[in-house]
Ligand binder design. Structure first.
Ligand SMILES: Nc1ncnc2c1ncn2[C@@H]1O[C@H](COP(=O)(O)OP(=O)(O)OP(=O)(O)O)[C@@H](O)[C@H]1O
Ligand SMILES: [Mg+2]
Length: 274
């Protein structure tokens, strides 16, 4: 009893910390979004200008020496690539920021027509980058596969994103841990898949990490069950996910796991569009 109370108090403290952290990061995220938009828009504008410039050069090609032409061409190619990279990485930063904003906005229990592919993608990468922020050497392959032509589906985006985040955190953690104790030829890999048969949508996250023993599988959904060292996990993640998927969204949460091979979690949710 006493131990439980203590754990709950710890948990509460943690949640308070997280809440204020959430507010703070929402504020920061919001502030960063504007300048980031400028960066992206200016680089798109520069791409257009570069295209105009290239056309002018092409029209006057005969006035240039062969050497100059070649050099100009090389520079234009490089500039185009650089501008593309700026847009690409800028877009990624934007989606991370939107993720933070979404998490911290905290509208509870509201079903909203949502782009499931987008939620999954955002939170998969949010988790990855959070992991990278803690350990720069953390490097994994993420294979993503999304369902084309998926309608907007009624879900509680807040909750669904939390579920994706926790599944992805768990997956990242296990491949990270396995990498520490594996030979160099181990390639940590996570497969993310959104698929649908029209009736329901499935989100699965598959890792080639350490897998789970029978014992862990049995206690997986118990609150406060964790195999992680103190400070690394509270053991609440899986219970929360099951509640989100099964109770709130009328879906199912299944898993397959083999020790030393890996684990796949699949959340399946019935499709409602209104
Ligand atoms: N993909 C996975 N591979 C291996 N073990 C896993 C995986 N996902 C969950 N587990 C096991 O299940 C336990 C419980 O997971 P859960 O997400 O509930 O808690 P946690 O990750 O330990 O802590 P947190 O509350 O921060 O999520 C983990 O400690 C781990 O032992
Ligand atoms: Mg977890």
């Amino acid at each position: 009893m006493e131990q439980n109370v203590e754990q709950l108090q710890q948990q509460l403290k943690q949640q308070e910390k997280l809440a204020s952290l959430g507010l703070l990061s929402a504020g920061i995220a919001h502030e960063i979004q504007n300048p980031l938009n400028f960066v992206i828009n200016f680089s798109k504008m520069s791409s257009k200008l570069l295209k105009d410039l290239t056309e002018i050069i092409e029209d006057n090609e005969e006035r240039l020496s062969a050497d100059d032409r070649e050099e100009i061409n090389d520079i234009v190619v490089d500039l185009n690539e650089n501008l593309q990279k700026i847009v690409e990485h800028g877009d990624r930063a934007i989606s991370i920021i939107q993720g933070i904003l979404l998490v911290s906005r905290g509208k509870d229990n509201q079903f909203i027509p949502s782009d499931i592919n987008r939620i999954v993608k955002e939170y998969v990468w949010l988790s990855y980058h959070a992991m990278r922020a803690n350990d720069k050497s953390f490097n994994i392959s993420i294979n993503e596969s999304y369902q084309q032509n998926l309608p907007l589906i009624m879900v509680i985006p807040q909750d669904l994103s939390r579920a994706v985040l926790n599944l992805m955190n768990n997956a990242c953690y296990t491949v990270w841990e396995k990498q520490k104790s594996s030979a160099d030829d181990y390639q940590p890999t996570i497969d993310v898949k959104v698929s649908s048969d029209g009736q329901q949508v499935s989100i699965s996250i598959s890792d080639n990490g350490k897998g789970m023993t029978q014992e862990v599988q049995q206690h997986l959904f118990d609150n406060f069950f964790t195999t992680k060292p103190i400070g690394m996990g509270t053991g609440l993640g899986m219970g929360i996910i099951r509640d989100i998927v099964e109770n709130k969204h009328n879906g199912t949460l299944t898993f397959e796991s083999e020790e030393d091979v890996g684990t796949t979690f699949t959340m399946t949710i019935p499709i409602k569009t209104k």
